[in-house]
Ligand binder design. Structure first.
Ligand code: URA
Length: 434
């Protein structure tokens, strides 16, 4: 088989056979197919798309391009969740402890932040001592003992995706539903869980800009998971403003702690409750969604979610006194309020602008080798629907950097104000399952 024939076939709009797709994934992973041919095929897929069978085969080939994690040593149903990435997304740090406190088993592999999106691993490491580099044996033991572990993905998992995603990033071929769906699902399937809940975000700052695109991506991923025998469901959630109030590593950890004390921001609490209820149904701990919601609320109210969060960090070497006394987290040297220049109602907060600004304040990486300043970031003072008077603080910037006047202006400009009242929107816009 020749790679050039496979590229031309897709370029001309034909379906690839399973053999052709597997030939590509195997050859690209072992280096016999060069980057330039892989990027040509990726671009042909961007333009021509793929059918259901092609996407399922691409996912399966990528999942098996390296090692897969064996979670059979963990008793019970193993649940997993994945977010397509957003700004202020600290969900796993509150949701993980809550579902584990209710008896679910969550063996989670997470990623690091890049560009305007943060990563769960970086946020965890803002608690001094925390390790996310845990071998498979200890990972399985920890989930059996406390119901929960959050670690970094090992390099042996899904090497095809690692190479292909890096290539797509620099060849303008990220935005393709077949490529995004197979990339996400191949990693999730290789991580071994029985059930998967996908949080597909839409809006500024998300891969999918519209709710329609987000639904299409979610349906594609639910189809893949379902065809491979895993209970896969998806929620479609709003990223037309950052999630919660905090953006930046230790700031977000503090918000996750406050949420487990019953003091979380409305949208974040709603997301964690809805997602948690679905995961408890998937784990067969809750018979109905309402029962799941009640269990999650109880785990917040009785403090068992917070106790589980402490167990999680303690098991991974973290200094739990930071969770008990969040004032111990190091503060940024400069704390700068950003004020509204006119009155109105907040109608939108550009998540992408807030995410990029937080990165420039020191909270994120522009390239994978950059160092993160855990204490920097942004706390929103207002959310969509809030009334704003001239001079009100709409956000506060936390940074150790000088010369950031342009960033402060960008944060200010991220707030869109309307003259008339704006309705508060729900965070979860749709629920997709088979
Ligand atoms: N996240 C992934 O893991 N892969 C993509 O292609 C896009 C987002």
């Amino acid at each position: 088989m020749r790679m050039v024939d496979v590229i031309e076939k897709k370029r001309d709009g034909y379906e690839l056979t399973d053999e052709e797709i597997r030939f590509f994934v195997k050859g690209y992973t072992d280096g016999s197919i060069p980057d330039y041919q892989a990027s040509a095929l990726a671009m042909a897929i961007v333009w021509r798309g793929m059918g259901k069978r092609e996407i399922a085969t691409l996912t399966d080939a990528m999942e098996h391009s390296g090692e897969t994690i064996d979670l059979s040593g963990i008793k019970g149903i193993k649940v997993d969740k994945h977010s397509t990435g957003g700004v202020g997304d600290k969900t796993s740090l509150a949701l993980g402890p809550l579902v584990a406190a209710c008896g679910a088993k969550l063996a989670k592999m997470s990623g690091r932040g890049l560009g305007h999106t943060g990563g769960t691993l970086d946020k965890m490491e803002s608690v001094p001592g925390t390790s996310v580099a845990i071998d498979e044996k200890r990972f399985v033991r920890q989930v059996n003992e406390i119901g929960l572990a959050i670690i970094g993905q090992t390099s042996e998992i899904d090497p095809a995706d690692k190479k292909l995603y890096a290539l797509r990033d620099v060849t303008g071929t990220v935005e393709s539903i077949p490529l995004i769906a197979s990339s996400i699902m191949s990693k999730k399937l290789a991580s071994g869980a029985d059930t998967i809940l996908l949080d597909v975000k839409f809006g500024s700052g998300a891969f999918m800009k519209t709710i329609e695109e987000a639904k299409k991506l979610a349906e594609t991923m639910v189809d893949i998971g379902d065809s491979l025998g895993r209970d896969t469901r998806a929620i479609i959630t709003d990223m037309d403003e950052p999630l919660g109030l905090a953006v930046g590593n230790s700031l977000e950890v503090k918000e996750a702690i406050a949420t487990l004390h019953g003091e979380g921001p409305r949208d974040f609490v709603e997301l964690v409750t809805e997602a948690g209820a679905i995961m408890l149904e998937q784990a067969k701990i809750a018979k109905t969604h309402e029962e799941g919601v009640a269990l999650i609320r109880k785990a917040i109210a009785d403090g068992s979610g917070f106790e589980k969060q402490k167990e999680l960090f303690a098991a991974q070497g973290g200094d739990v006194s930071y969770l008990e006394h969040p004032e111990k987290f190091k503060m940024a040297k400069r704390i700068l309020p950003i004020r509204a220049e006119r009155h109105g109602y907040v109608s939108r907060i550009d998540s992408l602008a807030i995410g990029v600004s937080a990165m420039k304040l020191g909270a994120g990486r522009a390239t994978m080798n950059d160092l993160i300043d855990m204490s920097s970031g942004i706390i929103l003072g207002k959310k969509v629907g809030d009334k704003v008077e001239k001079g009100d603080v709409v956000a506060t910037a936390y940074t150790n950097k000088e010369g950031i006047d342009g960033v402060l202006k960008d944060i200010h400009d991220a707030f869109e104000l309307s003259k008339s009242e704006v309705a508060v929107r729900p965070i979860v816009h749709a629920y997709i399952r088979k």
